[in-house]
Ligand binder design. Structure first.
Ligand code: 4NP
Length: 163
């Protein structure tokens, strides 16, 4: 069983999309019984809320339905999940502060570490060191986040299925 928690700042844009995308790929491969996939936010501002409507719309255009309700990450998540994947370095710093033990800290990953070389070659002018927060920008930022997260989710699944 693979237990994966995606984490971003608000849990209404990046991490709930990552949850939807990985669930989609896992279902496509018939592996849904081998995965527990969820998402959470560092902050608690959007607890109980549906994802940002701009992300819901962009995801819908790409064929994804987002079902998540916002929730805040907590120390117990380090007991439940075996990988907690942050979208940017600020998320990683916060997760390191919440982690209740060294063993828990070792479960933290960076989303961009699963991005393929192909994706990097297709975006030669971008430094891909985070999944940028699309919240304060325009529509293009949401589509870029979707492209990047789709690629990273496929990379993550490949890695997990190789184990
Ligand atoms: P996310 O985007 O971390 O990708 O969900 C954000 C959503 C909300 C806020 C910040 C980032 N906010 O400050 O409310």
């Amino acid at each position: 069983m693979h237990k994966i928690l995606f984490v971003c700042l608000g849990n209404i844009c990046r991490s709930p999309f990552a949850e939807a995308a990985l669930k989609h790929f896992v279902r496509q491969s018939g592996l849904q019984d081998s995965y527990i996939i969820d998402s959470a936010g560092i902050g608690g501002w959007h607890v109980g809320q549906r994802p940002d409507r701009r992300m819901v719309e962009a995801a819908w255009q790409r064929g994804y339905k987002m079902e998540h309700f916002g929730r805040q990450v907590c120390a117990d998540d380090f007991l439940i999940f075996d990988m907690l994947i942050g979208m940017d370095d600020s998320n990683i710093d916060s997760l390191e502060q919440i982690a209740p033990s060294l063993e828990a800290k070792a479960k933290i990953r960076r989303m961009v570490d699963f991005v393929s070389d192909d994706f990097r070659k297709k975006h030669p002018n971008s430094v891909i060191d985070s999944v940028p927060d699309p919240y304060y920008g325009g529509t293009a930022g949401f589509y870029y986040a979707i492209d990047l997260i789709e690629d990273a989710c496929q990379g993550l699944m490949l890695q997990l299925e190789k184990q």
